[in-house]
Design a protein around this ligand. Structure first.
Ligand SMILES: Cc1cc2nc3c(=O)[nH]c(=O)nc-3n(C[C@H](O)[C@H](O)[C@H](O)COP(=O)(O)OP(=O)(O)OC[C@H]3O[C@@H](n4cnc5c(N)ncnc54)[C@H](O)[C@@H]3O)c2cc1C
Length: 350
């Protein structure tokens, strides 16, 4: 008998399955590769200080040291490359913002993450930055599709993966185990991202999904190695390509690319990006965000062997490693889940 069936191989299901396999559990990941997934289109950025008011990312002091060793360890183990701690440069928009940000840098809680950029002139040929900008050394990006490809190979080698659509009607829940088609497991964990809306066990949770679109571009002359972010961002990729992102829409929650998003990104990025570029492709996805902007982790209120790991929202790359480990410790050792993330906070909605 299996220990766990995991539904979904986005970043949530992948890291949780990895953690459980590491603990010698028998795991089967069921993933429908024909479904669009948020992880496959994510920019993959991690950034400890964000927004107009330079807010420190929730739990940054725990999440960032953790992810900075977590991803490189997986890279090393599988001889892969997907973790890029490039740093991030945020050109000041105007004098007012420069003063505001320079004052904010002095604040104790963000002081060791951000600084006033020293050698910004070197980027002047590519990025409009007459006033300088803010530097975040701890920021970077994870090539999420590459990470998932690496882990999928590991799951296949461990006989722990099937490309298969999960049909909720065929799940039989017993007090001791769950039975799904020919598979029998002690428990099942749902990690379907936005598609959790179709899950009859968890569709009562207050998701607040956000559609997002990005552009993949080719820019032969662009030679900046850091991420540049001024509301919209540019991530430098290999072979003179870049990713431009991202839009946010709480309407039209589908996976269709739109002219509107393309125009919005080109307009916003055109304000600071000076090099020529050609659009290669456009991507759309839906972020599994939640109303209180905290993840959904935990056990179903009624069935003791049904769990969820979801709600990673806009920050899956930063949140998933720390909470996959915490969730593993909850499952295997009964340790507590962070009270802001357990779905017990919404049991009254069930
Ligand atoms: C445009 C855009 C840009 C983003 N940029 C960033 C960023 O820069 N940094 C960051 O941290 N985050 C970013 N995100 C958010 C990030 O993508 C998510 O936080 C994260 O990928 C969610 O992962 P997940 O595993 O929960 O869901 P998903 O990645 O959606 O994975 C769910 C998986 O479940 C499978 N599945 C669903 N239902 C079934 C079923 N019935 N049967 C079988 N399989 C099923 C799907 O096929 C899929 O593989 C971005 C998102 C978007 C859309």
């Amino acid at each position: 008998m299996l220990d766990y069936i995991i539904v979904g191989q986005g970043i949530a299901g992948s890291l949780l399955a990895y953690e459980l396999l590491q603990a010698n559990k028998k795991v089967l990941v069921l993933n429908d590769e024909s479904l669009p997934s948020s992880s496959q289109v994510a920019g993959g950025m991690f950034n400890p200080v964000t927004g107009r008011h330079l807010a420190k990312t929730w739990l940054a002091d725990e999440l960032f040291p953790f992810l900075k060793t977590y991803y490189p360890e997986i890279e090393q183990r599988f001889n892969a490359k997907f973790f890029h701690q490039t740093g991030l440069f945020r050109p000041y928009v105007n004098e007012k913002q420069r003063t505001q940000f320079q004052n904010a840098i002095l604040k104790h809680e963000i002081a060791h993450y951000v600084s006033d950029a020293k050698d910004f002139e070197k980027m002047g040929q590519f990025i409009a930055n007459d006033l300088g900008g803010l530097q975040t050394a701890d920021a970077g990006w994870v090539d999420v599709p590459e990470l998932l490809k690496t882990l999928k190979s590991h799951f296949i080698a461990s006989e722990s993966y099937a490309n298969e659509a999960f049909n909720y009607d065929e799940l039989k829940v017993k007090p001791e185990n769950v039975i799904y088609k020919s598979y029998e497991a002690k428990s099942i964990i749902f990690c379907e991202g936005f598609h959790a809306k179709n899950n009859p066990f968890f569709n009562w949770l207050p998701f607040n999904p956000v559609k997002g679109e990005t552009l993949l571009v080719e820019s032969p002359d662009y030679a900046v190695t850091e991420i540049v972010n001024q509301g919209s961002w540019v991530i430098p990729l290999a072979e003179r390509k870049c990713r431009f992102g991202a839009t946010y829409s709480w309407h039209d929650l589908d996976f269709e690319i739109t002219e509107k998003a393309r125009a919005t990104l080109q307009e916003k990025i055109g304000k600071f990006f000076k090099s020529d570029y050609r659009i290669i492709s456009q991507q759309a996805g839906v972020r599994p965000s939640t109303t209180d902007r905290r993840p959904f982790l935990g056990k179903h209120p009624e069935y003791i062997n049904i769990y969820i790991f979801n709600g990673l929202g806009t920050k899956g790359v930063s949140i998933a490693p720390f909470f996959a480990r915490q969730f593993r410790d909850f499952l295997l050792q009964g340790k507590e889940i962070n009270s802001e993330t357990t779905i017990e906070r919404f049991y009254t909605l069930y």
